[in-house]
Design a protein around this ligand. Structure first.
Ligand code: C2O
Ligand code: CU
Ligand code: CU
Length: 514
């Protein structure tokens, strides 16, 4: 059966849009009609090898190619395969060791996103693996059961390497939880790694081929789920758990179902929510995760979609506002879901999932400000510069690509913040640019205190490692800096729009003991 697919519309942004119009948008759209879809591929589940009390993994970064469309091969990067990597499964509190072998033909890194690990094991821009070399990370898994991921964090080329395929999912489990949840991997517990890509006529990925790609970040016109274009999934149980991972470089999705049905969110980035939260849409920015459980007992075929968003960002000069408006308005299909005729009955969802200790504001001994800017425009009075990096203040409209945090761009030789070991801090994130930036902090999980003074919504009350900071918004987060201290090796904080990160919207902090 051929289902009607809505593909992503070409951005209508006047002269800038001409770049895109020249591209190959119809490529994807035509395929959609011809195909009737491809079965969703499920990344292999890698459980590693247990030896000497350690769970050991081998991860090979390699070049490859894949046919996302019949008879058209796309050169790719992959981990133990030709695109993306296996889903790694860890148990909370166990020791894992990950040997990363780089056969890419270029330097790279592999970062364990969301994990609380020593800075040296983090796989950030300082743990570069030269081509032909290996690097082994070892750490104990301190995270709660949830969905995490790993990806390239190569300075200035994370965007391109992830775009080509250097990413994968990590599932942390807690054996003693005893929660009755759909948990058979690939059957009723489904990883959904959602990415948008743009292809050239020869089938190769198009990366940074238009001016706006480096301003608003790389947005594609073709959705891949676990590396499958035009994906469909047959479900066989009444309840299905989806592990949504936005592994896109820059696109934010508003996940929903085509018939508007409700679903329950059970986990955020770093763990279960206290109880399932009923939603009919869920917004996830790049790097954010959400586990949801959906009821298919009515047997209806439907689509997982992304809805258009209404965002009230202020008017900024130049093409930026227009770009943002058209981006937000897009609505498209992500996954076609086809329930089997006879569905197996799932156990009812538990009412209580976990208890979350809310970090009290009073525990914080320090508050820091982080101002996210994307440059040009008039210099703002509270710009912290001068620094070693570029600053605001070159005149002209917004969108000049001078991405900065506190007026500075990432400089590997400059430590932006020094944090006292074993303290709790409040970070105030503000954004004076015309677009949302997903702010990510390494070294573990934080909690949201408020957005513009308002308490976070129910599904943002859990553990997070990436938070959306909307245009003009102020978001306060609270975080503990425990367990690991290193006076030399830094952790990163950055915008997770990878083109912003690659272009300087990143900083470094040390957790020090004086
Ligand atoms: Cu998902 Cu600094 O990374
Ligand atoms: Cu990270
Ligand atoms: Cu950004």
């Amino acid at each position: 059966m051929i289902t009607r697919r809505r593909a992503i519309k070409t951005l209508g942004i006047g002269s800038l849009g001409a770049y895109l119009a020249k591209g190959t948008f119809t490529f994807a759209a035509e395929r959609a009609i011809l195909n009737g879809g491809n079965p969703l591929s499920i990344p292999e589940l890698a459980q590693g090898e247990l030896s000497e009390g350690t769970r050991k993994f081998q991860l090979n970064l390699q070049q490859g190619s894949r046919e996302f469309f019949p008879n058209i091969s796309t050169p790719t990067f992959g981990i133990n395969g030709n695109y993306l990597g296996p889903t790694l499964r860890f148990q909370r509190n166990e020791l894992v060791s990950l040997q990363v072998n780089n056969q890419l033909g270029e330097p790279s890194t592999l970062h364990w996103h969301g994990f609380h690990v020593p800075a040296q094991e983090d796989g950030g821009p300082h743990q570069v693996i030269a081509n032909g070399d290996s690097w082994t990370a070892q750490f104990s898994v301190r995270q709660f059961a949830s969905t995490f991921w790993y990806h390239s964090h190569m300075l200035h080329s994370s965007g391109e390497q992830v775009y080509k395929g250097l990413a994968g999912m990590i599932i942390v489990e807690e054996d003693d939880l005893q929660l009755e949840l759909p948990s058979t991997y690939g059957v009723d517990d489904i990883p959904l790694i959602v990415q948008d890509r743009r292809f050239s006529n020869d089938g190769s990925f198009q990366y940074l081929s238009a001016y706006q790609d480096s301003v608003i970040g790389m947005h594609g016109d073709t959705i891949l789920v676990n590396g499958t274009a035009q994906a469909y999934l047959e479900v066989s149980t009444t309840l299905v758990r989806f592990r949504l991972l936005n592994a896109s470089n820059a696109r934010t999705y508003t996940f929903a179902f085509s018939d508007g049905r409700d679903f329950k969110q059970i986990a955020s980035d770093g763990g279960f929510l206290e109880k399932p939260v009923t939603l009919n849409k869920l917004e996830l920015a790049p790097a954010e995760r959400g586990e949801i459980v959906v009821d298919f007992s009515d047997g209806q075929q439907l689509q997982l979609v992304s809805l258009g968003r209404v965002t009230n960002f202020p008017e900024f000069p130049g093409a930026m506002s227009e770009m943002m408006r058209s981006l937000n308005a897009q609505e498209f299909d992500i996954l076609d879901i086809r329930p089997q005729e006879k569905l197996q009955n799932s156990a009812e969802l538990p009412e209580h999932l976990t208890s979350i200790y809310r970090l009290p504001e009073a525990a914080a001994s320090n508050t820091r400000q982080f101002k996210l800017s994307m440059g040009s425009g008039m210099r703002s009075g509270d710009d912290r510069g001068p620094g070693t990096g570029s600053r605001n203040g070159n005149g002209g409209g917004y969108g000049g690509g001078n991405f900065s945090i506190n007026g500075r761009r990432m400089d590997t030789n400059f430590i932006n913040e020094r944090i006292q070991f074993n303290t709790t801090e409040i970070w105030e994130l503000s954004n004076n640019s015309p677009m949302m930036h997903p702010f990510h902090v390494h070294n573990g999980q934080f909690q949201l205190l408020d957005r513009d003074g308002q308490p976070p919504s129910e599904n943002e009350l859990g553990w997070k490692d990436t938070v959306r900071v909307g245009s003009g918004e102020k978001v306060r987060i609270i975080m503990r800096f425990t367990d690991f201290t290193d006076n030399e090796s830094a952790y990163m904080y950055h915008c997770h729009i990878l083109e912003h990160e690659d272009n300087g919207m990143m900083g470094q902090f040390l957790v020090i003991r004086e």
